[in-house]
Design a protein around this ligand. Structure first.
Ligand code: KG4
Ligand code: ZN
Length: 334
């Protein structure tokens, strides 16, 4: 049949991103404009600044994606946009741009859940087999999601406090590393021979939930008590101890859930899926347990619009279009 070209827009946090996907798997354009430098001096994302930056960037990023894909808007099949969750002002910019574009060119609109996007980033490069289990780890989310069939998600465990990426960023901040701290901790942890001994938050024996704020506090109190004795802990030992604790809990709970739910695959998703320590331990444990492990390539782990296009393609095939009064929802449920 005729190829399906989807233009996708993602502006839920601090990346302004537009992508064009052909038939759900071929990436014709994937433009990501990061605001990290703007937010770095504040040590984190400032919502109002993020919205303003999205407004400044969205039009030329849209144009750049069309130029890269060498497509005219009239050749497109649909426009997809992240509906939520995320920062409300940031989401609104993408939503308004998507509606205006869809209206101007008479294209159907598709709303996508940000986490469905992270999960289906895997569909850009892998063949998915249902039911599967997804470990979603990002700056805003830490969830174990059981996906029984296409588009049917069930959250079986989630963080009770900080998201994994949030904990990485907070510990990085304590170590005076730049924002976002995840990649810096990852690098320090891999280079370090020593590891600070830290607790593991297993919670109740049958729970698939997570908790990272106690771990973060344990790191801070170890750093403080060293400082009181006039010592400083090596950043490497702190990073390694912290990463070992986070990774061990994530990996063991994910594998336990895969077995309990009879999942055929384990899909890693979200910005923290770029973590080398997490990937290598998951690979080793999945190989041991005979569980097929899928993960997106690194640039498709952190926020991008290609993943939104991939999830939208599935909705396109099922005819799940939105009306032009689709509302951005900062708390959107999966
Ligand atoms: O998915 P994402 O781009 O945005 C959200 O939807 O939250 O994830 C960003 C998060 C940040 O907290 C960042 O520190 C973390 O992903 N991150 C990492 C790594 N790369 C990015 N965390 C640990 N190790 C990494 N290599
Ligand atoms: Zn994300």
């Amino acid at each position: 049949g005729t190829p399906v070209y989807i233009l996708a827009i993602e502006t839920s946090c601090d990346e302004t991103a537009v992508s064009i996907i052909c038939d759900g798997t071929e990436i014709l354009a994937n433009v990501v404009s990061s605001q990290i430098e703007t937010h770095q001096r504040f040590g984190g994302v400032v919502p109002e600044v993020a919205s303003r930056k999205h407004v400044e960037s969205i039009t030329w990023i849209l144009q750049e994606a069309l130029d890269k894909a060498k497509l005219h808007p009239s050749q497109l099949s649909a426009v997809a946009v992240t509906q939520g969750p995320g920062l409300v002002g940031a989401l609104l910019v993408g939503m308004v741009a998507a509606k205006a574009f869809a209206c101007a060119w008479g294209l159907p609109l598709i709303g996508v859940h940000h986490i469905a996007g992270h999960i289906y980033a895997n569909a850009l490069v892998h063949r998915l087999e249902y039911p599967f289990l997804s470990l979603v780890v990002s700056g805003g989310h830490t969830e174990l999601v059981y996906v029984e069939s296409e588009g049917h998600f069930r959250i079986i465990g989630q963080t009770r406090d900080d998201a994994a990426g949030e904990a990485y960023d907070k510990v990085a901040r304590a170590l005076k590393l730049p924002y976002p701290g995840g990649p810096h901790i990852d690098r320090l942890a891999l280079e370090s021979e020593e590891a600070l001994t830290l607790p593991r938050a297993w919670l109740e024996p049958d729970s698939y939930d997570f908790s990272f704020s106690g771990l973060k506090s344990a790191v801070l109190s170890a750093m403080n008590s060293a400082a009181m004795k006039g010592q400083t802990l090596s950043a490497g030992a702190v990073a390694r101890g912290f990463q070992d604790s986070v990774v061990e809990v994530l990996v063991e709970k994910a594998l336990r859930a895969v077995k309990a739910y009879g999942a055929k695959q384990l899909l890693l998703a979200g910005g923290v899926a770029a973590n080398k320590g997490l990937r290598s331990r998951l690979e080793a444990r999945c190989a041991e347990a005979g569980v097929p492990l899928l993960a997106p390539p690194l640039p498709l782990c952190t926020d991008n619009a290609a993943m939104i296009g991939a999830a939208a393609f599935l909705k396109f095939r099922r005819g799940q279009f939105a009306s032009l009064d689709l509302k951005a929802d900062p708390q959107l449920k999966l």
